[in-house]
Design a protein. Sequence first.
Length: 302
Amino acid sequence: MTRRLKAPQRRAKRVARLARESGPPDFNLGAVASRSAGETGLPARPWSGDDMGFLSAVLDAHHLPPPLIQRLVAAAATLPLTARLIDRLTAALADRIHFSEFRDVLRAPVLLLAGPPGAGKTTLAAKLAAHLGERRALLISTDAARAGGMAQLEEYADVLGLAVAAAADATELGRLVSSANGRSIIIDTTGVTPGDEAARTALARLIAASAAQPLLVLPADIAASEAAAMVAFYAPLGATTLLATRLDLAQRMGGMLAAAAAGRLAVPAAGMTPHFAYGLVALSPGMLARRLLAPALSGIHL
């Protein structure tokens, strides 16, 4: 007597038969290792052997958004095959990211730093003022809400020999700007989190009252998705320039580049040290290309 198989057993036998008929399954060890790279006890990222594959993997390791990776790789691929990889990436960055001269930013009579809480705006304000010099710069804080915000700026200004003032609202800020006697003005503002429409409106009033050029300030190690949200939220304020902070601490630069690309923002310089008297370095396509490629070429696991 033949024993009748139950339904689950019949399904299992059918799956096994189909597997035998279709041949052995494809197994991509490289793909598995790529997905596992960086996890404790698992293999390191297997960099591709061809230039464009390697470049794609490097940019992916820095967590750039896939569409931006595709645009950069496409731009790099237009250079001759004999060109060095760093030259191809440099050209791609110059083509897809807008770089500007840092000295052009400093020519604006009034600069206003806008960005989320904790981005490093107060320290950056002191760095910008230090570049201008004690006879040319006036620091103004509108960050009355944060405990110690004004005290921190006053401490920086005292060391640098700079004038410092506080503005409680847009009207007072307008009066301070109009009486600046030709000095360049750096305005430090309260950090605003995306979604706080009232705070953004107040920030817009400060920009209008001071006729300031707004600069978006973001940490260099920000996540790409968060950077996109920041750019979208701050776009109505009219910022055309991105200043990144903590570049020396950032292992991955995908967020900074994603923000620049998403907002079509110029990237003239970035903060490289927490010291407020120096540490602003000019950014260029070649400099960023070297920073993007260095970890992979030196065996550092991103």
